[in-house]
Design a protein around this ligand. Structure first.
Ligand code: LRH
Ligand code: MN
Length: 428
């Protein structure tokens, strides 16, 4: 264990009396609503969201990245940091890796290394939005949608390599996000770019083993600022339906214009059985990659309302992957990821206690206010005692961030890991 279990145990013991009082009170409140708190604790214990390997390092913007103390040097440090998040929250059992940022020579050994922290791997992310030192051709003008077939072929080869890495890691999917697009009208044919992308992705799709999915991630803009090849869920769904049943649409909450109704996009993708899953984060303006639930917690709840509704009615092909994708520019990434994991689990449990029968009846009766209040009652319920109980029953911390701070883990790794000076720029 990376954090002393005795420390976690003594902190939990100190919080026990107050916790049991609040847990008891919530249990009685929910019982009056015909809801069994034990069932919700079990749902919270079974819940898990993947941590992005790139999220445990300090993030940045195009202007600057201000490295923090004890920056992870590579995937081995990143796995240890993800191990801390899992040990204290008990709700982040997998890591989503990014290639080549997490490239190693022995992926089986990496799989064992992760397992010792109680971690597995979720979707592998390819990267054809940067040029690597040892790369032959540049992705400056795009990758899988590039006008030049040799550059598309290079990007196809990279994605197939990521599939092989995914097989070795036991990953359920390959996530393909490309920044391909244009900055000027006329720079490229909008139709031909999409066709180039589809033909290149056909080759990647053909390399998928039967038990691996392909997650297509759309994004409205950035790094391209006039057009983006896979800019919205419509383009993503067209591509998925063109490629085949293993291709699905990944929803990154930050990849939409402000005020877009993301929960309805979720409902549509559930309807066609093509919801791949999520990159959870929050935003106020663009792809801000802020901590999930830190700007619009009600929107996060409404997304989970669609997910729980789909789960409870047994929607066809409904098996989303839940992942975080954030950039931690001004906080300790471990604290932000633990905080986000708790807020995401909170939205899931709040959506799970909505009185679906009463909601359905109010909707049938067009009783607008009753329907809205019935749904919102879930969001207005403080489920913190359920989340804490679920963590502690699995050996986690009553308050993960307080336990992490008390552990001195950051001070410890700051001594082991060389200080990163100066401020480069970019997301990682
Ligand atoms: C693109 C994105 C994508 C990742 C990258 C780090 O904005 O959301 O999911 O590859 O961030
Ligand atoms: Mn993303």
């Amino acid at each position: 264990m990376l954090i002393s279990e005795d420390l976690v145990g003594s902190l939990n013991e100190a919080a026990k009396a107050a916790h049991e009082d609040e847990f008891g009170a919530l249990g009685r409140k929910l019982q009056r609503q015909g809801v069994d708190i034990e069932a919700l604790v079990k749902r919270a214990m079974a819940w898990s969201v993947a941590v992005p390997s790139w999220g445990v390092g300090t993030g940045g913007t195009r202007f600057a990245r201000f490295p923090g103390r004890g920056e992870p040097r590579g995937i081995h440090d990143k796995l240890a940091d993800c191990g801390v998040i899992q040990q204290l929250t008990r709700g982040t059992r997998t890591v989503s890796p990014h290639i080549p940022w997490d490239k190693v020579s022995d992926y089986n050994a990496l799989r064992q290394e992760a397992a010792q922290y109680g971690l597995g791997f979720d979707a592998v992310n390819s990267n054809t939005f940067q040029d690597q030192a040892d790369q032959g051709l540049s992705y400056r003008y795009g990758s899988l949608a590039n006008a030049r077939s040799d550059i598309r072929a290079q990007a196809v080869t990279h994605n197939i390599e990521c599939i092989e890495i995914g097989k070795a890691l036991g990953a359920p999917a390959l996530t393909v996000w490309i920044g391909d697009g244009t900055n000027f009208a006329g720079q490229q044919s909008l139709g031909r770019m999409f066709e180039n992308y589809l033909s290149a992705m056909e080759e990647v799709y053909a390399a998928l083993p039967p038990n691996m999915a392909m997650f297509i991630e759309h994004k409205m803009y950035e790094p391209a600022f006039y057009s983006t090849v896979i800019s919205d869920w419509g383009s993503s769904l067209m591509a998925a339906q063109h490629l085949g049943p293993q291709a699905k649409c990944l929803v990154d909450l930050g990849h939409h214009a402000p005020n877009v109704n993301i929960e309805q996009i979720v409902a549509r993708l559930v309807h066609v059985g093509r919801l791949a899953g999520f990159h959870f984060n929050d935003s106020k303006y663009g792809d801000d990659d802020l901590d999930a639930g830190s700007v619009e917690p009600f929107r996060l709840f409404l997304v989970f309302n669609e997910l729980v509704e789909a789960e409870l009615r047994g929607a066809k092909g409904f098996a989303p992957s839940y992942m975080i994708d954030q950039s931690h520019n001004v906080t300790d990434p471990i604290e932000s990821l633990m905080g986000s994991a708790v807020e995401i689990a909170r939205a899931y449990i709040q959506a799970s206690l909505v009185d679906r029968k009463a909601l359905g009846e109010a909707q049938e009766a067009n009783d607008v206010m009753a329907a809205h209040r019935t749904l919102k009652a879930g969001f207005l319920t403080d489920v913190s005692p359920i989340l804490a109980e679920a963590r502690m029953r699995q050996g986690g911390a009553f308050d993960p961030i307080a336990a992490y701070r008390a552990s001195g883990y950051r001070d410890r790794v700051a001594k082991e890991r060389p200080e990163v000076k100066g401020s480069s720029s970019g997301i990682v």
